[in-house]
Design a protein around this ligand. Structure first.
Ligand SMILES: NC(=O)c1ccc[n+]([C@@H]2O[C@H](COP(=O)([O-])OP(=O)(O)OC[C@H]3O[C@@H](n4cnc5c(N)ncnc54)[C@H](OP(=O)(O)O)[C@@H]3O)[C@@H](O)[C@H]2O)c1
Length: 266
């Protein structure tokens, strides 16, 4: 099924971030009406002004996705403004960079709240509206760490694995309501993610500047939503890591563990 995004009523979380801004811009370009959600109202207003200047129909809903009342307000506001909901894009996320043994329960819980519980509960709240929607879909921005747990990303990997598992279960559950599930599995992307880490104690080079641009990623996400892809693995490094790990899992772990040992031998 080819999905026409013109007139689609969408919510996007994490709309103040690098990927969220690019994705909202791409959705508006495709003709969707978009509710922009994140905590940073100032950045959302600036984005909204720019998108309105391009003819976009957008709504700003300041939202902390970890707070149940605010999630409800987000869904209610979008439905009231647009008269329904066709697309929920769960994009808000946070990372933590450092080894598990000296991390904290607080970091573990925060990462799980933002990256797992929030999108899952937002999806639950959206389902009654999506089932009434036009070519409805839930789009989840996960990570390569959600398909291969990586050292220094333990909490983050776990949160994205959990979200991907939920997407897989949803896909077959939601089919009877005609609601599609698109899972996005990106590799490193240029932008704010590395600046917003809860912790930054890892030893390898992060090199996020060598990643994809959020604009390229967003074009590919919108393409995948239009084509109703089940899963989009994107970014050269992510594609090769997951492919190599699929065929040579022991060797992959051995190579990664060897690198970790070298880094921590210093
Ligand atoms: N950048 C990468 O290399 C990369 C790679 C793979 C996957 N991803 C995933 O892509 C998504 C977007 O990341 P990004 O690169 O755009 O990072 P970013 O620039 O740091 O943006 C993160 C977004 O999440 C929002 N957010 C965080 N905590 C929130 C909360 N409690 N309530 C509401 N919004 C919250 C932030 O908004 P406020 O701070 O304004 O609330 C911001 O809009 C994330 O899910 C990330 O895991 C990123």
């Amino acid at each position: 099924m080819a999905r026409d995004l013109k007139g689609k009523r969408a919510i996007i979380t994490g709309a103040s971030g690098a990927i969220g801004q690019a994705l909202a811009t791409e959705l508006v370009k495709a003709g969707a009406r978009v509710a922009l959600a994140s905590r940073n109202e100032g950045t959302l207003n600036e984005l909204a002004a720019r998108l309105k200047g391009q003819g976009g129909d957008v709504l700003v809903v300041p939202t902390d996705v970890t707070i149940a009342d605010q999630r409800k307000r987000l869904v209610d506001s979008a439905v009231a403004a647009f008269g329904g909901l066709d697309l929920l894009v769960n994009n808000a996320g946070v990372g933590s960079w450092g080894h598990f043994a000296d991390s904290t329960e607080e970091i573990n819980r925060t990462v799980m709240e933002v990256n797992f519980f929030a999108p899952v509960e937002l999806t639950r709240l959206s389902m009654p509206h999506l089932t009434e929607g036009n070519q409805p879909a839930v789009v989840n921005v996960t990570s390569r760490c959600g398909r291969k747990g990586l050292p220094a990303w333990p909490e983050y990997s776990a949160s994205k694995f959990a979200l991907i598992a939920m997407c897989e279960a949803w896909r077959c559950e939601f089919a009877r309501f005609g609601v599609d599930v698109v899972t996005v599995v990106p590799g490193r992307t240029v932008g704010g993610f590395e600046k917003n880490l809860l912790r930054r104690d890892g030893r390898a080079n992060l090199d996020f500047h060598k990643g994809m641009t959020p604009e390229y990623l967003s074009e590919q996400i919108v393409r995948a939503v239009r084509r109703n892809k089940r899963e989009l693995v994107i970014g050269t490094e992510a594609v090769w890591l997951l492919r190599f790990n699929k065929f040579f899992p022991r060797l992959t772990d051995w190579l990664i563990a060897r690198k970790v040992k070298k880094l921590y031998a210093k």
